[in-house]
Ligand binder design. Structure first.
Ligand SMILES: [Zn+2]
Length: 153
């Protein structure tokens, strides 16, 4: 059990949330700009790869928008009793994790178990869509990366 979050901890988390939202908003802007720029040769394979590219970007866009929503939720939940408490085991999520991922609603062990279960589920579903890696998750393993490089064909 870790110490309950102090006022200073919450202020630090609040700052982290605001910074992350700023980054996310910038990413969102970058993704938006990278769609619909039509100065490429329009041969058939290029159109196909552009369609793939735009599908990927649109996934990233919606993931980014979702993250911003989650951050805003975290911001409004910050001063409630439930903030920083694992939804699953009711243990403390921990300041370190909350600073890195203020949107976390699960402690690390629970999140890892959840991710593993989800990964198995995804593998079982096979790669029907071809975008399995881009499916929005509540607990992405990595922070969202910039749009380039996009998968080449
Ligand atoms: Zn837990």
């Amino acid at each position: 059990m870790e110490q309950p979050l102090s006022k200073a901890d919450k202020a630090a988390i609040r700052k982290a949330i605001l910074e992350q939202v700023k980054d996310l908003a910038a990413q969102l802007e970058t993704y938006r700009k990278s769609t619909g720029t039509g100065d490429r040769l329009a041969d058939e394979s290029d159109v196909a790869s552009r369609n793939t590219e735009e599908a990927v970007i649109s996934k990233l866009l919606s993931r980014c928008a979702k993250q911003i929503r989650l951050h805003n939720l975290a911001l409004s939940a910050l001063n409630t009793e439930d903030f920083g408490v694992c939804e699953k085991c009711a243990d403390d999520i921990g300041l370190k994790r909350l600073l890195l991922r203020p949107t976390a609603t699960l402690c690390l062990p629970c999140a890892q178990a959840h991710e593993l279960a989800k990964k198995r589920h995804r593998q079982a579903q096979s790669t029907k869509s071809g975008f399995a890696d881009f499916q929005a998750t509540d607990e992405p393993e990595k922070e969202i990366t910039p749009p380039a490089p996009l998968p080449a064909d």
